[in-house]
Design a protein around this ligand. Structure first.
Ligand code: C2O
Ligand code: CU
Length: 461
């Protein structure tokens, strides 16, 4: 494998610089305030012409919100954009009315209006928040931030680092390529994949650490569509949580990690590297490894010996859910996209051929229906065990996300996820107890696929 720096040509221009995203912690006197607005951002430090973005609290990504587990936090959201929006709290098993899906759980928040989100998350862990309106545009322009639900008894670490990875499509001037927003080619292929990768909004930021330190690294893929293969390049890295939920800690194999859009992985790393050395974190794209961030080792080690105390998170309530042995089986047939054999689908209650579908910007279907159907995929009483029997019958990767619930899949046994990656033509199940009343989405988290029709919903009564 060859190693290169990302954007080699411009790399000389960019100073790394320590970057700590803005943090807001609940429990301080005021309630948290979150404001969506348009603004300007420079992707490269010495860029003369900034690009127009959408962000929360004028920060890209939005602030890291730290809220307590099992207690209510109020977030006052205000929309200062010129278009309606909403905030979805990705992965939280909260009240349906707070889920932030416009037209389903709330009215869109109009420009100049506000909405009060009350979050009472049962599970601790690493989550994120993002727009759930016109995501193919609003998310591509930056409307996402990080949400941490703090454990009552957090594990002892020397540092707790957030690592939000995003993927942007920039033009030759280094500004966001907005001309290609909504490109039908993107929608029918792999989604809007970019050419510029940032961590916490920066190109190749430095994270200051010291040898012997125990670091918690919260990795979050906030990109529209890019599936990321990351190389951590540290020998003592263990996975402690996936999609927010604690797992039995296990060592990262070959230091490699796959993160699809919306997914999170929490690592604990016992740092090993010589003083003042740089330890890169890389992304592999077509056999090349590009540095996307790096650890910068201090001159003095923190400890001579690595900590040997094992580390594990306390289980969340979700970890204790016992799945029964019979399930209500629900087929989920995913079809469409470029080079598909899908003849057509139902859209807005009417059968359409591919040509007419595409005129309506639809090219994906679940069970033969493009976009949100009038009737739910299923409607069940609270407490019913569901097994989504997914058949990804097309040539594309998809990351299927369920709102308001975590599930187990035979693709990754024993792991509670909220978003799972399906390979082309892969089949697999997603099993959970539908225990959260309300109307919930099930969709592909490659947001162009969602916009192109790959979304449905279910109801828990
Ligand atoms: Cu992260 Cu329906 O969303
Ligand atoms: Cu998809």
């Amino acid at each position: 494998m060859q190693r290169r720096r990302f954007l080699q040509a411009s790399a000389g221009l960019i100073g790394g610089g320590l970057l700590l995203p803005a943090q807001l912690r609940a429990g301080s006197a005021e309630t948290m305030k979150l404001v969506a607005s348009r603004g300007e951002h420079r992707f490269m430090a010495e860029q003369s012409n900034p690009t127009s973005v959408m962000f929360y609290n004028q920060s890209l990504p939005g602030p890291v919100l730290r809220i307590p587990q099992g207690r209510e936090t109020v977030i006052e959201f205000a929309n200062s954009l010129d278009q309606p929006t909403s905030v979805h709290w990705h992965g939280l098993r909260i009240d349906n009315a707070m889920d932030g899906v416009p037209g389903m759980t709330q009215a869109p928040v109009a420009p100049g209006e506000s909405f009060r989100y009350r979050l009472n998350p049962p599970d601790a862990g690493t989550y994120w928040y993002h727009t759930h309106m016109q995501s193919w545009e609003q998310l591509a322009l930056g409307l996402a931030g990080i949400l941490i639900v703090e454990e009552k008894n957090p594990p002892m670490v020397d540092r707790d680092l957030v690592f939000a990875i995003d993927d942007w499509r920039l033009d030759h001037s280094g500004r966001l390529d907005t001309a290609s927003l909504g490109s039908m080619h993107d929608w029918s292929h792999a989604g809007r994949v970019g050419n510029f990768i940032t961590v916490n909004g920066k190109l190749d930021p430095a994270f200051d650490v010291a040898a012997g330190e125990r670091v918690r690294l919260r990795l979050i893929n906030i990109a529209n569509a890019r599936v990321m293969r990351l190389l951590i390049n540290q020998p003592n890295a263990s996975v402690i949580a996936i999609d927010g939920q604690p797992v039995e800690p296990y060592a990262l194999e070959r230091g490699e990690l796959l993160l699809a859009p919306g997914q999170r992985t929490d690592l604990v790393i016992d740092m090993t590297a010589a003083p003042e050395q740089v330890s890169p974190i890389e992304i592999v794209i077509r056999e090349h490894a590009y540095q996307v961030a790096h650890f910068k080792l201090a001159a003095k080690p923190k400890r001579e010996q690595l900590l040997e105390t094992p580390i594990a998170l306390e289980p969340n309530p979700v970890n204790r859910i016992k799945l029964p042995s019979d399930f209500k089986q629900v087929p989920v047939l995913m079809q469409g996209g470029a080079m598909s054999r899908m003849p057509g689908a139902i859209y807005r209650g009417r059968e359409m051929g591919m040509r007419e579908l595409v005129q309506n910007r639809k090219m994906w279907a679940i069970n033969g229906i493009a976009g949100l159907p009038a009737e739910p995929l299923f409607s069940v009483e609270r407490g019913t065990a569901i097994s989504l029997e997914v058949d990804n019958d097309n040539r594309w990767l998809h990351v299927m996300h369920v709102h308001g619930h975590h599930f187990i899949s035979d693709l990754e046994p024993g792991i509670w996820r909220d978003s799972v990656l399906f390979q082309p033509r892969q089949r697999g199940n997603m099993r959970f107890v539908a225990d959260n009343p309300g109307k919930w989405l099930l969709h592909c988290h490659m947001v162009e696929h969602m916009a192109g029709g790959m979304s449905t919903w279910f109801e828990v009564t």
